[in-house]
Design a protein around this ligand. Structure first.
Ligand code: COA
Length: 166
């Protein structure tokens, strides 16, 4: 009997993707036959990059990985995971304050579908304080973003804010 694929979904807003997200993706890849990086539209967060731009950035950053697929979704996460025949949601934990929100989200998702598990990975120490919001603030004010995002993402941020410096 052919082995069923072990498919994981790593959801997020990715506005934009940071080195912290990349760290989770690279380590998470070891757990799955296929990892779907799923970009939530997240209109309520009023993202800086629209969905097409975020998909474009992610596809550029992740093109070297064979076991990754990048997609967007605009529905309940659990419905999307089911639709993809995935078994697991992958999330990163950075700091203790993430725990409450993530715990709540995992419990709600389990109530919606007990067959789907949420797996958490600890973000590597050096990326623990990162968040897309802080990176956007640094970009807007012309600060050095190199330790937080890849050169391509830094370029896209500078273009967005029309920053000449750096
Ligand atoms: N390294 C660095 N930063 C990280 C990170 C990591 N490993 N993991 C998360 N972050 C940051 C993000 O950059 C983001 O920063 P910001 O808030 O400053 O923009 C923050 O942590 C949280 O972002 P993210 O992981 O993208 O989560 P989110 O809260 O924006 O989105 C969804 C969570 C998309 C998974 C959730 O809203 C969802 O499932 N939506 C679909 C609708 C749904 O099903 N709702 C019911 C859920 S119970």
């Amino acid at each position: 009997m052919a082995r069923l694929k072990n498919i994981g979904v790593y959801p997020g807003t990715f506005d934009p993707i940071t080195r912290g997200h990349l760290d989770i993706i690279e380590r998470g890849l070891k757990l799955f036959d296929l990892l779907i990086v799923a970009v939530a539209e997240s209109q309520s967060k009023a993202p800086l990059f629209n969905v097409e731009e975020r998909l474009d950035i992610l596809n550029h950053e992740l093109k070297k990985y064979k076991k990754i697929k990048v997609e967007s979704f605009d529905c309940l996460l659990i419905d999307y995971v089911r639709q993809k025949k995935a078994s697991t949601v992958l999330r990163g934990l950075r700091v203790i304050s993430d725990f409450e929100y993530e715990f709540q989200m995992a419990l709600i998702n389990r109530k919606l579908d007990p067959g789907i598990e949420t797996v958490f990975m600890m973000t590597s120490e050096s990326y623990a304080p990162l968040s897309s919001r802080f990176i956007k603030e640094i970009a807007r004010l012309g600060g050095d973003m190199n330790s937080f995002v890849t050169p391509n993402v830094a370029k896209r941020l500078k273009e967005k804010y029309g920053v000449k410096k750096g």
